[in-house]
Design a protein around this ligand. Structure first.
Ligand code: HEC
Length: 133
């Protein structure tokens, strides 16, 4: 099956960056295109975090089928189906699997990501999650 390759993704990411630069350039009171504190903006930024830090394992569709997924037992979680709440997701992203009694192959990201990036990627996971509604 064909997956979107870099030729497809690169322009999408370029467009995303352009849109986010444009959104930042917008000023109140006319109203920003993507207000910094809106859930949509958070999900949008979280998608960029996800594409950089999570996609290799958890996959383009967040279904746990990233290109490195087969290297791990247990497999990376299907984030579309996770039943974990936002607090747990933020915690495992920050600390990694091991301190939570899970696989240490889920890496700790607390040193790499800011707390804003972590809450953004949690918002992104929530936005694709269909298992916990
Ligand atoms: C090197 C591979 C790898 C990367 C990169 C990775 N993960 Fe994971 N992740 C795993 C594995 C493996 C598990 C399953 C752990 C287990 O079941 O014990 C997991 C589990 C999880 C869980 C638990 C879900 C549940 O339902 O219990 C969450 C949430 C999660 N990852 C989010 C993320 C996010 C967000 C990122 C990016 C910031 C990320 N992961 C990056 C491998 C990875």
């Amino acid at each position: 099956m064909m997956r979107p390759g870099p030729m497809v993704r690169a322009p999408l990411i370029a467009a995303a960056l352009l849109l986010s630069a444009f959104a930042q350039a917008q000023q109140a009171p006319t109203g920003p295109l993507l207000p910094k504190d809106s859930i949509e903006a958070s999900v949008f930024r979280g998608g960029l975090v996800y594409a950089n830090y999570c996609v290799t394992c958890h996959g383009m569709n967040a279904d746990g089928n990233g290109r490195a997924a087969r290297l791990y037992t247990p497999r990376p979680a299907n984030l579309r189906m996770t039943d974990k709440n936002d607090e747990y997701i933020a915690l495992i992203v920050r600390k990694g699997g091991e301190p939570l009694g899970r696989s240490g192959k889920m890496p700790p990201w607390g040193e790499e990501l800011t707390s804003e990036q972590i809450s953004d990627v949690v918002a992104y996971v929530r936005s694709v999650n269909v298992g916990n509604r």
